[in-house]
Design a protein around this ligand. Structure first.
Ligand code: TRP
Length: 382
């Protein structure tokens, strides 16, 4: 059997370079690798609503932003099926049946959900940022809905960031439970983590653990070159690297973390001028050489930042150009989503039919009703 990918994003904002190195860049490579029979990329608007119930407009506006980011980053609708989660009601039906295979206690142990509840202030504990409103049930249960997303497409492979690992683990448990209870219908998926360590979790420009819109520490795929330059200029480096001549630290230095994620061998030639200064000049051929010089001292933050800005803009420029084109062709973008959703729905409907047949709750299917009538009539004719 061929390998099938399913993955997706919540449309709560434009995508940033953390999404790009963490998932988007890889998806495009996977799409073009020819190793996958089918690729489904989902805009998870229904999941986004689990903690944005009071703001559906935000989710609605961001569907097109995410679609534009997908297409401009190189996802090709001829090869990848892009679709909108909420338009596939089969997913909620699967979710409903899976809910019976998961315990409240198991959900409570899901570390990602736990952390997210804390972060959003949903927890009813006494800590100061708790907003006593509590946790929406839909939010608490979204790992089950995510299992429905994945299994509906019989996905074998789920490329996601490490924070999604507990979701894939729960999905695998649900699959095993379903298959052992009702028969082998569902496919146990495997997680596919980003391959470069720097990509696992790209920190925000302020050096905080994660890029997030609410922290205002993101560089967006749609940022202009000027915006990128300004954001890089204000980035965190090594707080003890005060004088250019001081030895600097590379580990935990956000500028270097970004270089680890974005820098390619050809950039040293292309942007050699970044390391030519009035007081000192350097000729580097690899990132290791840059790091060594920074550690020794003598290499200023400004030079490294100028280089990083050039590297980032080099990566983002083609994406930006394609986005500008697509922004002029919004009907095309919605047509991609509409067609992709229609195709995805047919696949999910097939899985739902298999699931109902396995659970024997397909009472009115062709042939099944006749059997049922025969069986029940026999029971009462005794
Ligand atoms: N939870 C994912 C995120 O936070 C989005 C998502 C929803 C997803 N359903 C999925 C990812 C299924 C992979 C597979 O971005």
């Amino acid at each position: 059997m061929g390998k099938i990918i399913l993955t997706g994003d919540r449309p709560t904002g434009r995508l940033h370079i953390g999404h790009y190195v963490g998932s988007l860049r890889r998806r495009v490579e996977l799409q073009n690798s020819g190793q996958f029979e089918k690729i489904f990329i989902m805009i998870a608007d229904a999941q986004a609503l689990t903690d944005n119930a009071d703001n559906p407009e935000k989710v609605r506006q961001n569907i097109i932003e995410v679609a534009l980011d997908y297409l401009s980053a190189g996802l090709d609708p001829e090869k990848s099926n892009l679709f909108i989660q909420s338009q596939i009601s089969e997913l909620t039906e699967l979710d409903f049946f899976y809910q019976n295979l998961v315990t409240v206690q198991r959900l409570q142990r899901n570390p990602t959900v736990k952390a997210e509840i804390q972060m959003r202030g949903f927890s009813e504990s006494s800590d100061e940022n708790a907003n006593k409103a509590g946790t929406p049930v839909g939010f608490f249960c979204y790992p089950i809905s995510q299992a429905a997303d994945i299994t509906a497409f019989k996905a074998t492979t789920v490329p996601v960031g490490e924070d999604q690992e507990p979701m894939i683990e729960q999905t695998r448990e649900i699959v095993r439970k379903f298959n052992s209870t009702y028969g082998e219908v569902l496919v146990e998926p495997e997680i596919m983590l980003p391959d470069n360590a720097a990509c696992l979790r790209l920190p925000g420009t302020d050096g905080k653990a994660k890029m997030s819109k609410s922290l205002g520490n993101c560089i967006y795929l749609s940022d202009s070159a000027e915006e990128v330059n300004a954001k890089v200029k204000s980035m965190f480096t090594d707080p003890n690297h005060l004088q250019v001549s001081d030895p600097g630290k590379v580990e935990g230095n956000t500028v270097f973390t970004y270089l680890d994620a974005f820098c390619k061998p050809e950039h040293f030639d292309k942007f050699a001028s970044c390391f030519v200064g009035r007081k000192a000049s350097f000729e580097f051929h690899s990132l290791d050489e840059v790091k060594n010089q920074y550690r020794q001292g003598g290499l200023g933050d400004m030079m490294v930042k100028n280089f990083l800005a050039a590297v980032l803009n080099d990566t983002l420029e083609p994406i930006r150009a394609r986005r500008h084109e697509l922004e002029q062709n919004i009907p095309y973008v919605y047509e991609v989503l509409r067609k992709g959703t229609e195709a995805a729905r047919a696949v999910a409907a097939q899985t739902l039919a298999d699931v109902k047949r396995a659970m024997r709750i397909n009472y009115f299917d062709e042939g099944v009703l006749d059997e049922l009538i025969k069986e029940q009539s026999a029971k009462y004719s005794k």
